[in-house]
Design a protein around this ligand. Sequence first.
Ligand code: AMP
Length: 400
Amino acid sequence: MHESNLPIQPVPESHLSFDDLGLTPELRTAVAELGWQKPTPIQAAVIPPALEGHDLIGLAETGSGKTAAFGLPIVQRLPADQKVRALVLSPTREITLQTKGFLDYFGASRRLRAVALIGGLNIRHQMDTLAKKPQIVVATPGRLLDHLERGTVRLDAVSELVLDEGDHMLDLGFMPQIHRILERLPAERHTMMFSATMPPPIERLAQRFLSDPLRLDVTPKGKAASGISHRLYLVDIDNKRPCILSLLNRELGSTLVFTRRKVDAEWLSRVLAREGHRVERIHSDLTQAQRLQALDGFREGKHRILVATDVAARGLDIPAIEHVVNYDIPDSVDDYVHRAGRTARGDAEGVVSTIATFLDKPLIKELEATLGFELPRCTTLGVEPYVERKPPRRMGRRFR
Ligand code: AMP
């Protein structure tokens, strides 16, 4: 597969090691070659019971590392014969392709192969790939039904089923197709479902198609109440810039970036523009007309990113920001709360990413004491976390 299918993304880490989860040495090596140092919370929670064959519901968000949470156990449990033994249903073509990429990679040591069945791609080509007897099917529900109705795929030997991003599939209107597909699967099987939330139709799906499932909730603390997911990236000063570039590629929604000084807002917006981002900036050295223009462009979606200083951002009414990035940690807890309040308005959910260096540690402590929870430490591949003063990690070159 092409390396861009395995994006660099920030993930929170757990305290466990990949050696503690019951994975085979081959899979531990495969994980190490990706440069992953520790399992994410969802991986630590899901992998051991999944390896034992428990049905489970993983409450986790996109980007939490859940593909490997289900992918590693599937690959370890699957017989390597000539039948379709595992089915992963996912909402979008991008997620399907990314999942297929991970399953091919993890399955390579056991000669397991995955096929992606998604709309918009030539169905004949998919039939040819199916004729080569892959053991794993990753599919969007509509295209899979199409294949089932044509008789080009058989699911009667499936022993591992994953429903990925259940709530997202619900939002996209896939529930009727999912029910029709699941009715055709063998009753005797291992099923895992992942969803960030559990609205009633998802609960019903779980009750009908999962057997006495474990519920593993790893949605970040502090999120449930406010709809905000807080993330902290501790890096060296020189790594602040690579860190923000990586975060902006990871979170694709509208983003408000805060810098402490006007000159930095100016500088950073130029850096981001050079990287091809649609970006504007506001600070108090600009005229009112310039500020309004920047703001309108942001509101209308012409610019995805707005770089701002606290003073300039005060009192702005900016609806529906998905991501707030503290490029510089705010001077006070009040400012943090104020910045964070820019996202997750109403029922919306949002992410607040704070990039910090060792110099910011006293403020982080104060922040955490006031917020009443620890800001989840996150890492983003390609940017060495500050605390980890270890020798450079071995990275699988293809997957950088
Ligand atoms: P997912 O939620 O499965 O889409 O994963 C999000 C991203 O996190 C992927 O791009 C993975 O490369 C990365 N990732 C998953 N698990 C880990 C880990 N244990 N350590 C570092 N990165 C990870």
